[in-house]
Design a protein around this ligand. Sequence first.
Ligand code: FAD
Length: 473
Amino acid sequence: MDDAFLGKLRECLGERGLLTAPEDMAPYLREWRGHFECTAGAVARPASTDEVAAVVTACAEAGVGIVPQGGNTGLVGGAAPQSADGQIVLALDRMTRVRGIDTDNDTITVEAGCILADVQKAAAEVHRLFPLSLAAEGSCRIGGNLATNAGGVNVLRYGNARDLTLGLEVVLADGRVWHGLSGLRKDNTGYDLRQLFVGSEGTLGIITAATLRLYPALAQRETAFAGVTDPAAAVALLGRLRAASGDNVIACELIPRFGLELALRHIPGCRDPLDETHPWYVLVELASPAEGTWLREALESGLEAAFEAGEVADAALAGSLDDAGRFWHIREHIPEAQIREGASIKHDVSVPVSRLPAFVAEAAAAIEDAMPGVRVCAFGHVGDGNLHFNLQQPEDADGKAFLGRWREANRVIHDIVARFDGSVSAEHGIGRLKTGELARYADPAKLAMIRAIKQALDPRGILNPGALVAGDD
Ligand code: FAD
């Protein structure tokens, strides 16, 4: 990479803010799933919005691509730089300040590099809840959460990252700063620009700070692990519990027997919560900020009705936070158990909740037909119609050869998703992994608008080149 350009970056950032030695850059050049080899000319680590703006200005002048990076936990290669002489990583990991909390307005303003768990903690300290929650919360950063419009386990009750964002501060592709850190619930002064940047995966601007919604801290929390007959029973159970609890279900996760078996086999500390085996399980959590014990009664009465209707065969109710933690330990470690079991092909898909049972049946039959011996591990956020429809390699198959069939498997599953009016990326985004899938399945008018917005906000294409808008195969 050009020395004069690197000198300019060093001038903006100081020695600590610019990494060029391979051993220093290495942690930023890893991609979680191993789909992409990463390479970059440098890693810029600005400590303030002004420094981000200076880096972007320098890159715009030099025509150098910028790959923004938060916690680097993304699952679609969005933060994976691809050029040693034409791209730098812009890491937000030194911008970790909580700029302010307004308890009357129920908002928190944080810098983009704040780790999600730290935002949750800062909210808890003032008796508030920041409800975004996902298994990577100890390492993903709020800028990355917003840039990917992260979902997680509480979308059912609180919405996704988009719904939690009230204001943004963003450095634009020419280095100007948009000061949009509003804490307003109502603001109809033209286009809602913040929604352009949420979910834009670093292709339209660099998010440097955000004002986020807070909610009252929870006073009651009830968790159950229920054995159910099939996904239709899971959907029915969710409806019953929503009604019984006054719509206080905050999470509802579907787990297949195979997923539980993988966790029991590979993850220390996992124990089957039920005595008998069941084809499917629902991990459900009810919570309310109101004091009392009525949620427990609501949970029990909803489960009892489901039991009588033949939807639920058995259920374990958490008697303590430790019990609940043990149920969640199973759910959160299914992806890791899948890795330990061997190779797996992933699909992060959504369909309308009402059509989810039929989708699971059709997709499982089609893929078992196309890839005999494949083991379907479809788990996830049933309350949002979002399943991680993952495929485990057949026992004794060659893992590498199985992964070589990734695109073929995608075609089978994603074609069915399209017929069910679903999405081929429910919560992980497009990144570099799914640009072809976006081009293939998106409505042509939508694609044209995406390209027009990209052209308007980043005419030189320096922001995250190759991510989201690149593919047209
Ligand atoms: P990164 O991986 O660093 O970046 C992700 C994308 O955002 C990239 O395109 C990057 O260029 C861009 N970006 C990062 N920061 C900025 C910024 N400040 N401005 C502009 N663009 C930026 N995701 C879910 O939605 N739900 C889940 O339940 C979930 N569970 C997960 C569990 C595990 C174990 C793992 C490893 C991942 C999981 N993910 C989940 C995916 C991932 O954690 C999320 O996508 C997360 O929001 C990414 O945050 P990050 O800080 O790691 O972003």
